[in-house]
Design a protein around this ligand. Structure first.
Ligand code: MG
Length: 247
């Protein structure tokens, strides 16, 4: 069965990466919850998408330039008074559920990896006994390669951007995956078709999709038999999958 990951907590159904969206997702029958991590200036890890605060909070500037206390003083856009969550809090929210964490390790404002971020996140997961229920994803192949070297995770997925697909072609994507011992890819839904899926599978790669945000796209990735997809409309995606499976 194709697994469904509620993207940023289901960001077309609730404000992204917020307590509201994660509580919403925790009540759904999805298999995974997707979220994004950045470090703070004082050695904590917070859950927020962008490297800067401007789009999704009432703050400004780089996330990593602020302390946790400074970040906690901000309100998440679109909410009454939701505050940015730590990674530890998101882990604890989902630990009692059966939902797998799909943790995207983000890069800084210069699109460079944050040194030590994945290792730090793994320590927090281990403290909660949740490493085995966590899939690590990243658009940066070296970060995924680092996750490949970390034993015990539920999965590691390289998110292939359309720019990379255009620049490298499918052969280049496969070569990059092989060079980093990456076994699973995430392809943007609007760049995915039967030919792409067949090419990648023939190379021995597992294939999933991301940005599956309308009914036609959901149907397409189900028809293509994707392993997993992220969606901002998890409730609708669940209904479409159930309908397709005759449930
Ligand atoms: Mg993400």
């Amino acid at each position: 069965m194709t697994l469904i990951a509620s993207h940023r907590g289901g960001s077309l159904e609730a404000p992204e990466n917020s307590p509201t969206s994660f509580r919403h997702t925790a009540g759904l029958a999805v298999e995974q919850v997707e979220f994004d991590i950045h470090p703070t200036a004082d050695g904590q890890i917070v859950v927020i998408h962008d490297a800067t605060l401007d789009r999704t909070t009432n703050g400004t500037g780089p996330v990593a330039a602020k302390t946790l206390a400074e970040l906690r003083a901000l309100t998440i856009a679109g909410t009454a008074d939701d505050r940015i969550m730590t990674l530890g809090e998101v882990i604890e929210l989902f630990r009692p559920t059966g939902i797998t964490l799909r943790m995207e390790v983000k890069s800084d404002v210069e699109h460079q990896p944050y040194p030590g971020l994945l290792a730090h996140a793994l320590r927090l997961l281990d403290a909660a006994g949740m490493r085995g229920r966590t899939v690590v994803t990243s658009f940066l192949a070296p970060i995924v390669a680092e996750a490949v070297q970390a034993p015990g995770l539920a999965g590691r997925i390289w998110l292939v951007s359309p720019v990379i697909m255009d620049d490298c072609g499918l052969e280049g994507v496969v070569a990059t995956a092989e060079a980093h011992a990456i076994s699973h890819l995430g392809i943007r839904a609007n760049r995915l078709d039967a030919r792409v899926a067949a090419h990648l599978r023939a190379a021995g790669l597992g294939v999933g999709a991301w940005a599956v945000n309308d009914e036609a796209s959901v149907r397409k990735v189900l028809d293509l038999g994707m392993e997993v997809f992220t969606t901002d409309i998890p409730t609708r995606a669940l209904a479409l999958r159930a309908e397709r499976n005759g449930l």
